[in-house]
Design a binder for this molecule. Structure first.
Ligand code: IMP
Ligand code: MG
Length: 174
């Protein structure tokens, strides 16, 4: 299937919004440290841009879960492919996600991470498609709510492609 990508959110708009969210996070965690947990691979671009703009001390760790194949639909099956390197005990954990769609991945992940004794556990996402929610998750920081369209860029992929686009685009299938 051939596809085209149409710009939904240009780079400047994304970066400006990330700066706002980073400012909010810096305020909320004032006088404390924040431990960013990135869900690979989609959230790495967002995580870097966010981390650069947070003014309280930041540490980072990465994990990888799989819920999607090379398709645009959730399988509902979530598997830890790569676990975190560091324990979460006593830390202010902020999970950084690229997009929340059905919510299945995140509700499962937050449940697992919550059992590891963090001091606090919050969720920050670049994008949210609220219309698509199947499992409820409490999102603490959202950069953009978007319509029910399949998007790529800024770390998000379609069949592993387009992650490097500097903007968020909608995939249009011909
Ligand atoms: P959920 O479990 O349905 O919330 O799925 C979340 C994950 O699905 C995200 O972390 C992405 O990896 C993937 N995903 C959901 N919607 C999109 C999209 O529009 N573009 C690219 N990946 C998506
Ligand atoms: Mg993801």
């Amino acid at each position: 299937m051939k596809e085209r990508v149409r710009i939904l959110l240009p780079e400047e708009k994304v970066n400006a919004r990330i700066a706002e969210i980073a400012q909010q996070i810096s305020k909320d965690y004032e006088g404390q440290e924040v431990h960013l947990v990135s869900v690979l691979k989609g959230s790495v671009f967002f995580m870097c841009e966010l981390a650069k703009r947070i003014t309280v001390p930041v540490t980072m760790d990465f994990m990888s879960v799989s819920s999607y194949g090379n398709d645009t639909k959730s399988s509902g099956v979530v598997r830890i492919v790569k676990d975190l390197d560091e324990p979460l005990e006593g830390k202010n954990v902020l999970v950084v996600e690229d997009i929340i769609d059905s919510g299945r991945t995140l509700s499962y992940l937050l449940e697992i991470l919550g059992k590891r004794g963090p001091k606090s556990l919050r969720l920050c996402t670049l994008l949210d498609k609220p219309e698509r929610r199947v499992t409820q998750v409490a999102v603490d920081y959202t950069c953009f709510n978007i319509p029910d369209e399949f998007v790529v860029g800024y770390g998000l992929d379609y069949a592993q492609k387009y992650r490097n686009l500097p903007f968020i685009g909608i995939v249009e299938f011909e």
